[in-house]
Design a protein around this ligand. Structure first.
Ligand SMILES: Cc1cc2nc3c(=O)[nH]c(=O)nc-3n(C[C@H](O)[C@H](O)[C@H](O)COP(=O)(O)OP(=O)(O)OC[C@H]3O[C@@H](n4cnc5c(N)ncnc54)[C@H](O)[C@@H]3O)c2cc1C
Length: 558
């Protein structure tokens, strides 16, 4: 006899679990959601960091959730989730005080969800690029004629749909097969360095793209899924929008929780799920670590990372050993970060403001030189192999000063920035003692570097510093194995119809009815806060169970 019973039971209360709960609730199902932590949200979290009086988002910070269909389907704007869109999207500041400033050239209509490019701002961006590299400005202008928009269309369709089954549209294949406005098919097999060299001529643009991709878990010699390998391209024209979540990213979780609860959903925190109960090839419910049993009358959805799902939740299941073997070898050694906060008195006064006064007003500011030879040959290796006292010769950091747009993140007149550097080693590469020492060193590394570009960013201007390491990140949430922020690598072999492994790519485990998986380990989870692995998984569930399809009801593109 179960201790409680629901139509649907969800494991994990991050945004994927919450998004799934909302869609199932839309169908009148009773839904119980079980979260092991002491609050909902997972990475959609805001905390008093780096010190009391300030707010920081320790994980997800760069917000693209405004694109999520869930935002409109559940009126999250009316439930306290609002976005601020800085006018300057990104900038890269070089040590010689030149910079590339990219203005946001996408206009978002909150009510309809439509997004339109702004030609005047695109033109402004091309002029900015021209100051650095006329040839790259021309290449970007050419791409804008067709290729970039085709890419954006395919990107959206790929993100917001399950991997195609035979007979379903394959947007990636279409993009690669279109000789007019598509992509060079070799991009599928090229390293990031090769792709970047093919797309851009100047060391400034190449270094900008490479530096950004290190943050995305793509090192210069990695082969990335073509869609991700080319990710910076539309952004360099301004065709992207990185929002600030007003009041903190935790509002993503708050708004989703309100929508979920309004539909009758029930959530339980401090509820560590130990096992999925499977009987006669059907998932019948879950068992918590404290022994409580919960019945699932219709389905169980697991948003835990795939290794936990297979080796813990389904440990007693008689499963094809090949599946277990392949899951054991899902790789997680990319997309680790130093990702923390510095709070300070006075905004950074960049010397490069003499080149463009808007350089420090970008949502995402990149600091670094244009030494592509070093970035390609040495930086990735040195960063991935750092040890206490042994750091890469050069720093390629970034900063996002949120208080510029939302002063509620700090006390009046004070500021807080998320500061980061990509590609440190996975948590398990260093001992705990070594990580502690690294943690002591990383704050000084950032402040020393920052003041090279903005001389006022000295220790005198600093109020507090807190820069977690991959070890800290891995200890916060079992979904971030080894500190991998995307749950597992986003390599071509773990992407799309291969994510996490081909046998599990359609969100189910062969041989178990009514059990579904919607974590970042599935397509198209892992790429951030949009909530698409749950959305895509729900699309398959709705096909199977004949549930509501809001995208068809509203004749949406996806
Ligand atoms: C350092 C860092 C920086 C990031 N930066 C960004 C960013 O700037 N922008 C962006 O868009 N994305 C960012 N991300 C990625 C983004 O946060 C994730 O893609 C997203 O949160 C994934 O949502 P999720 O629901 O799948 O997982 P999570 O948010 O990890 O939630 C999963 C939940 O499941 C719970 N859980 C796990 N196992 C169990 C169990 N056995 N029983 C019960 N509950 C369980 C966990 O406690 C957790 O709350 C970042 C991530 C990290 C780690």
């Amino acid at each position: 006899m179960a201790d409680a019973s629901f139509d649907a039971v969800i494991i994990g209360g991050g945004k994927e679990g919450l998004v799934m709960g909302c869609y199932l609730g839309l169908n009148g199902m009773t839904v119980g959601l079980f979260e092991q932590g002491n609050e909902l949200g997972g990475a959609a979290c805001t905390a008093p960091v780096p010190t009391a009086g300030f707010l920081g988002n320790p994980h997800a910070e760069i917000m693209a959730f405004w694109m999520s269909p869930a935002y409109y389907d559940f009126n999250l704007g009316d439930k306290g989730l609002n976005f601020i869109f800085p006018e300057v999207l990104m900038s890269k500041i070089f040590p010689d005080d030149r910079c590339i400033v990219i203005y946001r050239a996408l206009e978002w209509d909150k009510n309809s969800g439509t997004v339109l490019p702004n030609p005047t701002l695109i033109e402004k961006n091309l002029k900015e690029l021209e100051r650095i590299s006329p040839r790259d400005a021309e290449r970007t202008a050419n791409a804008l004629e067709k290729r970039l928009y085709n890419w954006m269309y395919a990107h959206g369709q790929i993100m917001f749909n399950p991997p195609p089954l035979p007979g379903e549209p394959d947007y990636l294949a279409d993009l690669l097969n279109d000789p007019e406005g598509g992509f060079d098919p070799r991009y599928q097999f090229m390293t990031e360095w090769e792709v970047v060299c093919d797309l851009y001529d100047s060391p400034e643009m190449r270094s900008f793209a490479l530096q950004w991709q290190y943050f995305n878990g793509i090192a210069a010699d990695d082969v990335a899924p073509v869609q991700l390998a080319t990710l910076p391209m539309p952004s360099f024209a301004g065709l992207q929008a990185f929002a600030v979540a007003e009041g903190g990213v935790h509002n993503v979780a708050h708004a989703l929780q309100r929508a979920f609860t309004e539909q009758g959903g029930k959530f339980f925190v401090g509820a560590d799920v130990d096992q999925v109960i499977v009987d006669n090839g059907r998932a019948r419910g879950i068992r918590l670590a404290d022994g409580t049993e919960i019945e699932a009358k219709k389905l169980v959805i697991d948003t835990a990372e795939i290794k936990q799902t297979i080796s813990r939740h389904l440990r007693d299941l008689d499963m094809d050993p090949d599946i277990r073997r392949k899951v054991d070898h899902v790789t997680t050694n990319r997309s680790q970060l130093f990702w923390g906060h510095i709070c300070f008195h006075e905004l950074a006064q960049y010397r490069a403001a003499s080149w463009n006064p808007d350089c420090g007003k970008a949502r995402w500011v990149f600091l670094g030189d244009d030494d592509t030879d070093y970035l390609h040959r040495h930086y990735g290796y040195q960063m991935h192999n750092l040890r206490p006292g042994r750091w890469p010769e050069k720093v390629y950091m970034s900063e996002l000063t949120t208080t510029q747009w939302d002063p509620s993140y700090g006390p009046p007149g004070k500021h807080v920035a998320l500061v980061a550097e990509g590609h440190p080693p996975p948590a398990s590469y260093l001992s705990e003692r070594e990580w502690l020492q690294v943690r002591k060193e990383v704050g000084g590394r950032f402040i020393n570097e920052w003041q090279k570009y903005a001389p006022n960013m000295t220790w005198d201007n600093v109020i507090g510093v807190n820069i977690p390491t991959p070890l800290d990140i891995s200890q916060r949430n079992p979904n971030w194995v080894d500190g991998c922020m995307y749950t597992s690598n986003q390599s071509p072999s773990q992407w799309g119809k291969f994510r996490p492994i081909p046998e599990l790519a359609q969100y189910q485990v062969p041989g178990i009815e009514s059990f579904w998986m919607a974590s970042g380990s599935q397509h198209c989870g892992g790429v951030g806060t949009l909530g698409f692995s749950a959305y895509n998984c729900y699309k398959r569930i709705s096909q199977r169970l004949g549930l509501r399809k809001p995208w068809e009801e509203q004749a949406r593109m996806f």
